[in-house]
Design a protein. Structure first.
Length: 174
């Protein structure tokens, strides 16, 4: 039986029924692969271009990929421009605490967040002042022209296989 198996097993997917080929190709190839940039050598944050979609608007933003972030975040300016639906949350969720202390946050429902072919719809997104990130950029000499408007956190990547290849600066999702 093993001889028969190896005698017909193709080195590629050719020779398999078409529906098997397509299913196997979908398991093997990533949903998407894009190039990313690092903010700088001193601050090696992964930066990508993500697309936000609202009811009647679409916009590209520069986003930090932060797989450790428990949520996705956008700036106040982006939230206003995109006109995302405002969400009511309990008072204990209306501030974020970090090294710099507490900062107020609000929540909106993003209609769609797209990173190449990877799409998340109707995600709850925090809205907050991201000036602390820009201040860090300034401290290490990153141009103020490089403005981050979003953090892509765990909710976007949940249920997907994320591969970060620093040697080719490629981010792949399955």
């Amino acid at each position: 039986m093993a001889i028969w198996w190896w005698s017909w097993a193709p080195a590629t997917l050719q020779g398999l029924p078409i529906n098997w080929q397509k299913n196997l190709e979908n398991l093997i190839k990533p949903l998407m692969a894009i190039q990313f940039q690092l903010a700088s050598k001193e601050l090696p944050l992964i930066l990508v271009k993500a697309e936000l979609k609202g009811k009647n608007k679409s916009r590209l933003v520069t986003a930090i990929v932060d797989t450790g972030a428990t949520g996705c975040v956008i700036t106040e300016e982006v939230a206003k421009e995109m006109e995302f639906a405002h969400l009511e949350v309990p008072s204990e969720e209306k501030s974020a605490h970090g090294i710099g202390g507490a900062i107020p946050i609000e929540f909106v429902r993003a209609d769609e967040i797209r990173l190449d072919k990877a799409v998340a719809k109707r995600l709850r997104v925090a809205v907050m002042d991201m000036s602390m990130i820009h201040n860090q950029f300034n401290l290490v000499g990153i141009s103020q022209k490089r403005k981050v408007e979003m953090i892509l956190g765990f909710p976007f990547f949940k249920g997907r296989k994320l591969t970060i290849d620093y040697s080719t600066r490629t981010l792949s999702l399955k």
